[in-house]
Write a protein that binds this ligand. Structure first.
Ligand code: SAH
Ligand code: DHB
Ligand code: MG
Length: 221
């Protein structure tokens, strides 16, 4: 099995479970046109996040790492019209494209982009006493340990924390790696393992985005 089969399989699922989606297609095209790297989640992964948000009945969702708002659209679609997604992005240009993508997708009433370095925005949110039912961590991988520490202060028993890209073609196995992303993810998983407040697992994924994976944790208390 190789990426060609994984991609075909992804498209097979897309055709059946996602379908043609003009707003999402336009969002991907706008991302490309703006010269933004196309590192958003795949359609099946995006809809997976939507199902998760819906299953939790999430009233408040925090995303760390917006890019052009592709995953944000999916998360917003999984929540009620009166619920909210807040997404954090440090790049002003990406945030602008994201806002326009959210608008086009008809979810700008429930999804807000906050521009800034995530660690600063998270500190502000903690000071504000913000609280989330679902946190999706997907910004710089070296920051994941700090984002987890913040997420634990921004959630309650029953909240779920998901982290993207915890496999990276298996490079995360390399304990001697000097790659700051790999080191950040390894430390993140170590923190999950040592944290009694979290019930955690991980799921490897293959598909049109290659070989990667998600970690998932439920806040227990
Ligand atoms: N969640 C998006 C993809 C996010 S890509 C999707 O699936 O559609 C990662 C994003 O995190 C990039 O846009 C990058 O600019 C942003 N980012 C990286 N480091 C950051 C930081 N320290 N603070 C805020 N955003 C950051
Ligand atoms: C990268 C970041 C991501 O969040 C992702 O899903 C894939 C790739 C990256 O920085 O290369
Ligand atoms: Mg990602």
């Amino acid at each position: 099995m190789d990426i060609e089969t994984w991609t075909k399989m992804d498209h097979w699922f897309d055709e059946r479970l996602v379908g043609a989606d003009p707003a999402l297609q336009a969002a991907v095209e706008a991302t490309r046109a703006a010269g933004i790297p196309e590192i958003q989640v795949s359609p099946t992964q995006g809809k997976f996040l939507m199902v998760l948000a819906a299953a939790l009945g999430a009233r408040s969702v925090l995303e760390i790492g917006t890019l052009a708002g592709y995953s944000t659209i999916w998360l917003a679609r999984g929540i009620a019209a009166s619920a909210r997604v807040l997404t954090l992005e440090r790049n002003e240009k990406y945030a602008e494209v994201a806002r326009s993508n959210l608008q086009r997708a008809g979810v700008s009433d429930r999804a807000q982009v906050r521009v800034g370095v995530a660690s600063d925005s998270l500190r502000q949110l903690i000071a504000e006493g913000a609280d989330f039912d679902l946190v999706f961590i997907d910004a710089d991988k070296s920051g994941y340990p700090d984002y987890l520490t913040a997420a634990l202060q921004l959630t309650h028993a029953g909240s779920v924390i998901v982290a993207d890209n915890v496999v990276r073609d298996g490079r995360v196995l390399d304990e001697a790696s000097s790659d700051v992303d790999v080191r950040g993810i390894r430390r993140y998983i170590q923190m999950l393992a040592a944290e009694p407040r979290l019930l955690s697992s991980a799921l490897q994924t293959v598909g049109e985005k290659g070989y990667d994976g998600f970690a998932i944790s439920r806040v227990q208390r």
